[in-house]
Design a protein. Structure first.
Length: 258
């Protein structure tokens, strides 16, 4: 079988949270370029509309759905809108997330809950809803949760974020165990350092750039470096992969572990 066939997503319907920028925007464009119809979900309406236009201009199919991932009613409307436009969502990319730089002694309850709610609670409820709908429709599907290398090891000022991402890794395993028998595969991607909207100021600072010395390939992740992992887990190329977390970090974890 040719790679173009095994990675083909024609006829599939994808929903990407946090699609208005950064990794989410790239994920949506890659899925659309490989044949999927894509529902774009985020809070920023203008950015979503612009992304929808780019995908359509490139020959893809997309709709923009403005929603906060913490709003359960908005979540249901997003799935309903995707189904009305394209059919049952069979690929979910749980990408929405927020970061912070609070030390443990300083972080307040509201900030702690904001990070955990967005980065872990929302992942659970959106994956739960996607799986319920796939199984009710008798459709095979793939859920891809976006974790982080900080789910395996921490750095100062990331306690809430790292805790949430570690939870995503465990949640991915638990969901895979319960959904795989219905042909709904749940996996995760754990990116290393990628420059995005939520970390750009830090990673482009002198202190941030120094982090590249800890990465064997000598650079931060670039646009396109997650495309292969995403397509593997979303397509039939990964049809026997369930409960896995693919680390894509330029070898950073290998260097840290020795």
């Amino acid at each position: 079988m040719k790679s173009a066939d095994i990675f083909d997503l024609s006829g599939r319907v994808a929903l990407v949270t946090g699609a208005s920028g950064g990794l989410g925007s790239r994920f949506a464009q890659v899925l659309a370029a490989n044949g999927a119809s894509v529902a774009l979900v985020a809070r920023r309406r203008d950015q979503l509309a612009a992304l929808e236009a780019r995908i359509r201009q490139a020959g893809g199919r997309a709709i923009a759905v403005a929603a906060d991932v913490l709003d359960r009613d908005a979540m249901l409307r997003a799935f309903d809108g995707a189904e009305k436009a394209f059919g049952t969502v069979t690929i979910l990319v749980n990408n929405a997330g927020v970061a912070h730089s609070d030390r443990v002694a300083e972080i307040g309850e509201a900030q702690w809950r904001r990070i955990l709610s967005t980065n872990l609670d929302a992942v659970f409820f959106w994956a739960q809803e996607a799986a319920r709908r796939m199984m009710a429709a008798g459709q095979a599907g793939a859920i891809v949760n976006i974790a982080s290398v900080l789910g395996f090891g921490v750095s100062k000022g990331t306690a809430a974020y790292a805790t949430a991402k570690a939870g995503v890794i465990q949640l991915t395993k638990a969901m895979a165990l319960e959904f795989a028998f219905k042909d709904v595969r749940v996996n995760a991607i754990a990116p290393g350092w990628f420059v995005t909207d939520i970390n750009r100021d830090y990673l482009t600072s002198e202190q941030g750039r120094a982090l590249t010395r800890e990465i064997p390939v000598g650079r931060f992740g670039a646009e396109g470096d997650l495309d292969g992992a995403l397509l593997l887990l979303a397509s039939n190329a990964g049809r026997y992969i369930a409960g896995a977390t693919l680390v894509v970090d330029g070898g950073q974890m290998v260097a840290l572990r020795g």
